[in-house]
Ligand binder design. Structure first.
Ligand code: ATP
Ligand code: MG
Length: 572
């Protein structure tokens, strides 16, 4: 490819609406352009990296025995009604009507469609196991699309679905996908962790997320410093400690705390510390229930754990209005004493004694608050968010906390979709059996963006060779010098003949700005062809990552570069 003829609109300035580095660099490197919130054009350079990522995914899916097909993006509502998700799936599902007023949605995920295919085509256990995958555009009407391809509304996903007669077979399919995912992210040169995860909207029995470690990640994950345990914070289990509360020493006493609402303000005002406060959160659920949740003052609620305990889809802090109605006081003064609500509490609250809690009265708190003596808790459970230093739930180690970008997710679905949609086969006894399913997603664009988060410097992207849009950039320092342009053309042609993806920078621009662009778009190897070195029959090879430079003889430059590319592409 010739740069002068290519569509590669690089930007000097960082676009002001791009918060994370991958988004900034993808815009600046001319890889993507926004069409609408969360909807992007993949410009030629961006598409090349996307296609490479897809190729790696395809190779590993095929190697694991999955079979590629392609399902439509537009899905009739009836299929989603069968699974029950037409009602359950929230506003992320973009619903639309055709000219006959029939309901459709744009597929955010394809369990229903693939289950429909299998129930219509697979009759016998002999056709199993089966794993079907596609690489396709998905649509989710995300509430906050942001960070470019990282959280788009329309985005490319690889989704695979496994079908097995027995649960053991489904477990094996899951394990195969898990290993394939490891290979995929290793091949991309990413630092990642596979963590236990919540099953969320998709449902099912167990799941792992693949998290690329990056400060800009939207997820928090924990991992044990001494065993293999790793989990999304949403899911991270905390053990009940063996500690018991000291017997109550103080009596309940109401104290004035004028305008002190936050835990920190109250603690400071009363000369105590946040961990001596009982934090009372008034929470509303999608089922319309209002409950009080108690936590130690220095802890945060994990709403996923709470939703699981309550058996609802979501639980969120109640509005100011609701708090006033159910506690009789503005928020900041709620407390368990005398409260007429279901009260759920984190295990740690049981260990507290002579604590401080809101008095359900404006500008007042109680001191000397003791669980059991002063209020009743319906259930104690693990409800708080894990923090660094918490004990590991599996061993004696301690948890560490990291930020991560979820690039892949594998789920055991059990029979959730096959049962509701009637996906069955006949077994060797002629009995009708419901299939066990698994589903496995990878965000293609998000993975490419995550790779940039991990591989960049102040000058731009530093592509890992396997997903680099081009492997080599041949920079003509002075295209008007006939010898320079001839030599560069020749090397470029030799590289192409050797199967190396070369971009020839033949633009009539200052060398400095060509070098800047080469750094920005992050091509792993740069061959610089300039008049001075050429007099000695040499060209310069520079590695984008190490900035290391070597002079190569003109005749052997292409072969040496081809060799370097092959080395950097190899895995295992
Ligand atoms: P998240 O929690 O980040 O919203 P999810 O759990 O909803 O993601 P899955 O349903 O597991 O996502 O989808 C499979 C994969 O698709 C994810 O691991 C992620 O890589 C990718 N993905 C999901 N939502 C988006 C999005 N809005 N933009 C880009 N990629 C996405
Ligand atoms: Mg997920």
């Amino acid at each position: 490819m010739r740069y002068s003829q290519y569509l590669l609109p690089t930007l000097k300035e960082t676009p002001s609406d791009a918060e994370v580095i991958s988004h900034q660099l993808m815009l600046r490197a001319g890889m993507i352009r926004k069409v609408a919130a969360g909807i992007y054009n993949y410009l030629p350079l961006g598409l090349r990296s996307i296609r490479k990522m897809e190729r790696i995914v395809r190779e590993e899916m095929d190697r694991a025995g999955a079979i590629e097909l392609l399902m439509p993006m537009t899905i009739p509502a009836e299929l989603w009604e069968e699974s029950g998700r037409w009602k359950e799936y929230g506003k992320e599902l973009l619903r639309l009507k055709d000219r006959k007023e029939a309901d459709f949605c744009l597929g955010p995920t394809h369990e229903e469609v693939v289950t429909d295919i299998v129930r219509g085509t697979v009759r016998s256990y002999r056709q199993l196991p089966l794993n079907l995958y596609q690489i396709q555009g998905k649509f989710r009407d995300e509430i906050r699309p942001r960070f470019g391809l990282m959280r788009g509304r329309e985005f490319i996903m690889k989704d695979a679905y496994s079908f097995d007669l027995e649960e053991a077979g489904a477990d094996a399919a899951y394990e195969k996908m898990y290993q394939a995912y490891r290979r995929i992210f290793e091949r991309c040169g990413l630092r990642f962790r596979a963590v236990e995860a919540d099953t969320g909207n998709i449902g099912g029995t167990s799941s792992h997320e693949f998290m690329v470690l990056a400060e800009s990640g939207e997820d928090s994950i924990v991992s044990c410093d001494s065993c293999e345990y790793a989990a999304n914070v949403e899911k991270a289990e905390l053990r009940q400690s063996a500690a018991t509360a000291a017997p109550p020493a103080a009596s309940l006493q109401k104290v004035l705390t004028p305008s002190r609402k936050s835990v920190e303000e109250v603690a400071e005002f009363l000369g105590t510390t946040p961990d001596r406060l009982v934090k009372t959160l008034i929470v509303e659920t999608d089922t319309g229930e209002i409950v009080a949740v108690l936590l130690r003052g220095d802890r945060e609620l994990n709403d996923i754990k709470l939703s699981r305990l309550l058996g609802c889809n979501w639980a969120e802090l109640a509005s100011e209005e609701t708090v006033l109605k159910v506690t009789g006081a503005p928020s900041g003064f709620a407390g368990p004493v005398g409260l007429k609500l279901r009260i759920l509490a984190d295990w740690e609250v049981r260990e507290m004694s002579d604590a401080v809690a809101g008095a359900n009265e404006k500008d007042a708190h109680f001191t000397g608050v003791n669980p059991e003596r002063d209020f009743a808790v319906e259930a104690y459970a693990d409800l708080r968010e894990a923090v660094a230093g918490d004990p590991c739930p599996r061993c004696e180690g301690r948890l560490e906390v990291w930020r991560g970008i979820e690039v892949g997710h594998v789920f055991k679905l059990g029979t959730k979709y096959s049962a509701s949609m009637g996906a069955t086969v006949l077994d060797d006894q002629g009995r009708e059996r419901i299939l066990f399913m698994g589903c496995y997603g990878i965000g293609v664009g998000r993975t490419v963006a995550a790779a940039i988060e991990q591989n960049h410097d102040e000058n731009g992207i530093i592509w890992p060779m396997p997903i680099a849009p081009f492997q080599v950039i041949v920079t003509m320092v002075n295209p008007n010098d006939e010898q320079v342009s001839l030599a560069a053309e020749q090397i470029h042609a030799q590289l192409l003949a050797l199967g190396v993806e070369s971009l020839l920078d033949d633009r009539d621009e200052r060398p400095g700005s060509k070098f800047k662009d080469a750094d920005l778009i992050g091509i792993p190897l740069r061959l610089t062809v300039g008049a001075r070195a050429l007099k000695d029959g040499q060209v310069e090879l520079q590695h984008r990552r190490s900035a290391e430079r070597t002079m190569l003889a003109l005749e052997e430059a292409a072969a040496r570069v081809a060799q370097q590319v092959r080395t950097e592409l190899q895995m295992d």
